[in-house]
Design a protein around this ligand. Sequence first.
Ligand SMILES: NC(=O)c1ccc[n+]([C@@H]2O[C@H](COP(=O)([O-])OP(=O)(O)OC[C@H]3O[C@@H](n4cnc5c(N)ncnc54)[C@H](OP(=O)(O)O)[C@@H]3O)[C@@H](O)[C@H]2O)c1
Length: 113
Amino acid sequence: MAGTPESGRAKTALIVGASRGLGHAIAAELAARGWDVVGTVRDQAARTPLQDLAARSNGHVTVEQLDINDPNQYAPLHERIAPPPWTSCSSTRGPRTTRTPPSGRFPPRTSLR
Ligand SMILES: NC(=O)c1ccc[n+]([C@@H]2O[C@H](COP(=O)([O-])OP(=O)(O)OC[C@H]3O[C@@H](n4cnc5c(N)ncnc54)[C@H](OP(=O)(O)O)[C@@H]3O)[C@@H](O)[C@H]2O)c1
């Protein structure tokens, strides 16, 4: 997990599907607890609660684009965001594809503590 209290670094969470609903609620809660949050939306042009949260966050919440049904988007997202480790979670049902993400590109989901 990124940034343990001992290291003095902020923890970072990657939340797939953070535009609204459960993903947004998790993003807001972690940001309130001092985490850095990278939240994904499918349409960055759409105004969602995540953009409002990011605007109030002093740079601690950032918005990235990802459709998990398009595996070609995984590597570019990986390149755009800060290097791991992060804690990641998904509020979506999972990709509708038979392809799996490239090994090591994204860490397994872990519990949010
Ligand atoms: N709400 C509950 O009480 C509850 C209870 C038990 C289980 N669940 C499950 O938890 C999950 C989330 O529920 P929710 O109520 O938060 O749903 P929601 O309000 O519909 O939010 C779903 C989120 O997933 C994103 N998303 C959908 N398809 C995506 C894709 N292909 N790629 C990337 N992101 C995608 C949406 O982003 P966009 O803005 O881009 O559409 C949105 O941020 C669902 O699987 C639901 O069945 C919910």
